[in-house]
Design a protein around this ligand. Sequence first.
Ligand SMILES: Cc1cc2nc3c(=O)[nH]c(=O)nc-3n(C[C@H](O)[C@H](O)[C@H](O)COP(=O)(O)OP(=O)(O)OC[C@H]3O[C@@H](n4cnc5c(N)ncnc54)[C@H](O)[C@@H]3O)c2cc1C
Length: 525
Amino acid sequence: MNITDIPKKWDMIVVGGGITGAGIFREAVSIGLKVLLLEQKDYTWGTSSRSTKLVHGGLRYLREGHLLVTKAAVEERERMLREAPGLVEPVEFLLPVYKGEGPRKWQLDVGLLLYDLMAKEKQHRFVGREEFLKLSPYIKKDGLAGGFCFFDAQVDDCRLVLRLINETVEDGGVAVNYVKVSEVLRNKKGEVVGVVAEDPETGESRTLHAKLVINATGAWGETLQPSPDPKRHLRPLRGSHLVFPTSVLPLQHALAFIHPADERGFFAIPWEGAVLVGTTDLDHREDLSKEPAVAQEEVDYIMAGVHHYFPAVKASAKDCVATFAGIRPVLSEGKLSPSKESRDYVVWKKNGLVTVTGGKLTTFRRMAWETLKAASIFLPKTKEVKKKEPVFRPLPELPKEHYGLSPETWRRLYGRYGDSAIALVKEAGPEDLECVPGTHTLWAEIPYVARREQVRHLSDLLLRRVRIGILCPQGGIEHIERIRKLCKTALGWSDLRWENEINMYNGLWRSAYWLPSDETCEEKK
Ligand SMILES: Cc1cc2nc3c(=O)[nH]c(=O)nc-3n(C[C@H](O)[C@H](O)[C@H](O)COP(=O)(O)OP(=O)(O)OC[C@H]3O[C@@H](n4cnc5c(N)ncnc54)[C@H](O)[C@@H]3O)c2cc1C
């Protein structure tokens, strides 16, 4: 939808198309409100495409004593596993125990026991050294005493947000990307009456009316509403990942470690055909309007972790296929080290403007409920939020005609596209019901999302609608001619537009999804 076509009057305008905004959008439409969601760039362009992709309680939060944050997250994880199979999937983690290094076995056992209690199920066990080495043959053997196996869950963060947005739009909500809220409008009494919205690329703008504006802009939160506590402000903390092909880091299981440099939790996780390794935690001092990128010190930190725990794997940073960096919005007095800051969320409200920031992907639904509770005085009377109802639409049975796809592939497609998965497959040629090499993505997904999911730029398509941009070498550029052919009608771009998009995508990929020095990129080619 073009900005000039957006209807003017709304019960609520949600600003921010990440998980927080999408969750509030979903819950608000489900109780009968007329809601508009606006995203300044692309959906999930912010932190919500750059997470570790876990739906988890967060063992590290337990270690730091944030028991309630962990408990809420574990409960949400269990709920999402039930409600969104194929999108949120269980993942078995290994946690090695070393003699004289890192936390003691009993400490980890207590933490995992608490985790189990929160999930109301015994999910962890200890295995001895030999069995552990069978599960993880490349792990450092020196001092290894064995390790724990436990469960968490993983997700495609972008598809989680997009499934929420797509299903909410089908239920009557309106969501528009590439529309920035530049100002919140107030009347003489200071009450919110609407927003000024503009397309940052075309410069077109429009005034929209609502008595309630939800500021779900994450790290950008204070640009629309300054913190009510002058001592505590949003502290942008960057976390980065390196993505390795499984040929370089051949892991069957996810591994959780303690990083030798600072004893922070650290992960290596098989995901969508590759392995994600991270993350870091440091102050992000760069311009927030630019895509964040991994710094050399973070690459060194991640590689130090890889070399320490996988000494037999002769990987160097140059062997990765991509990198990505995200910004945690953390409310802080600025006195603690980054990893000691609480990851809980905050809700501020004033005269029809409600800000919600912080938190996790995992707890998006709780954040949405809290926000709607805080916002209720600015809203018309509606139905009650139904906390026991599933957040996603129930899925139909698997179709009788399988089109040659395995039950696992159907499960994955249903998880990502809900009941639209059937249309996706029916529209595809048989040659497109195969995976893009090195990924779990079907070629058929690309034109399907290009046609239906408000793709404005090639980067929207390859980095967020599908994740080829972080899973394939050089951002998947070797596949560009096939992608171009597949999406020709869906995108309707001229040859010149394609050339421009490809150039922009290449430039962006090198600056924000690859290693800091471009020389390494040259070397690899
Ligand atoms: C490295 C890292 C790893 C993480 N791993 C996990 C994990 O494994 N599991 C987990 O549960 N959580 C994880 N998190 C936390 C989680 O990713 C974030 O809490 C969550 O994504 C924040 O979502 P959000 O919607 O609040 O913010 P964002 O995703 O940043 O969305 C805010 C959006 O608002 C838009 N916006 C800003 N200003 C405007 C404006 N004026 N007008 C319109 N739009 C605007 C932005 O463009 C942006 O898209 C991780 C975070 C980081 C940094």
